[in-house]
Design a protein around this ligand. Structure first.
Ligand SMILES: NC(=O)c1ccc[n+]([C@@H]2O[C@H](COP(=O)([O-])OP(=O)(O)OC[C@H]3O[C@@H](n4cnc5c(N)ncnc54)[C@H](OP(=O)(O)O)[C@@H]3O)[C@@H](O)[C@H]2O)c1
Length: 229
């Protein structure tokens, strides 16, 4: 049976690269993006892919797209919660952290992944080997915690908590649910000074998306190597 994958933030950057890589391996890929024209244009460039417009901060839109995709699929094998934003900057310290920006960032980076996981859970449960990849960041790691970007850092720490909560709550060994950090990557978010190309970062995402039955779950990884929380 053809494997299936849903990827958020798939119109550009790491999400687009992951969609290309999974399609090249024969997956049927559902590419989600918040801008209808941009996601349609991106999906046209990927064989075996369809584009769907959804803003992950909009619960109704997430539910609607899950219903639309459910009409086409009997099972979903891979969910990649990749969509993310950095709305603050290195200049935001504790004193200048904007609580509204923190909440807005959480709504996309953290609650967006929760909405997607909730909405696609019935389809994932029908897979014999469901995999959920939460694309996190070392910037959210408690052990790597630094200054600046408070909204982004806190949202990714909470995304890591969503990973471990999902594993505990599902309590189902056929699921593999992990957080990954792609490293510092040359995308619109990472900027041109980042030390990795998209191509170098993709294998670490695919690794988590294609874990074997005896693979890890509830962990935090970069390039398949465990990270401290
Ligand atoms: N690049 C790095 O160095 C780096 C490092 C660590 C972790 N990450 C993580 O990797 C993931 C992908 O980042 P990237 O580097 O590929 O960044 P990117 O090029 O900026 O892409 C971000 C993607 O997320 C989408 N997105 C943002 N808000 C959304 C929303 N409300 N609903 C749906 N989609 C939304 C964007 O869509 P629009 O085009 O519509 O804005 C875009 O497709 C993010 O979760 C990021 O935090 C990146």
């Amino acid at each position: 049976m053809q494997k299936t994958a849903v990827i958020t933030g798939a119109n550009r950057g790491l999400g687009f690269g992951t969609a290309q890589a999974l399609a090249a391996q024969g997956y049927q890929v559902f590419m989600l993006g918040r801008n209808p024209e941009q996601i349609a244009q991106a999906a046209r460039q990927v064989p075996n892919a369809q584009g769907f417009a959804v803003d992950v901060s909009n619960t109704a839109q997430v539910k609607t797209v899950a219903q639309q995709i459910s009409q086409q699929l009997t099972q979903l094998d891979v969910l990649i919660n990749n969509a993310g934003v950095i709305l603050d900057s290195a200049n935001h310290d504790l004193v200048h952290a904007d609580p509204d920006l923190v909440l807005k960032t959480f709504d996309i980076n953290t609650v967006g992944a929760l909405r997607m996981t909730q909405a696609f859970l019935p389809l994932l449960e029908k897979s014999s080997a469901p995999r959920i990849v939460n694309v996190s960041s070392g910037m959210g790691g408690l052990s790597e915690m630094g200054a600046g970007y408070p909204a982004y850092r806190l949202s990714k720490t909470a995304l890591n908590a969503l990973t471990t909560f999902t594993v505990a709550d599902l309590n189902n060994p056929k699921f593999k649910v992990n957080s990954i950090c792609p490293g510092w990557v040359r995308t619109d978010m990472g900027g041109s000074q980042a030390d990795r190309s998209i191509e170098e970062a993709i294998p670490g995402i695919l690794w988590a998306a294609q874990l074997p039955e005896d693979g890890p779950t509830g962990g935090f990884f970069r390039d398949g190597q465990g990270l401290d929380w």
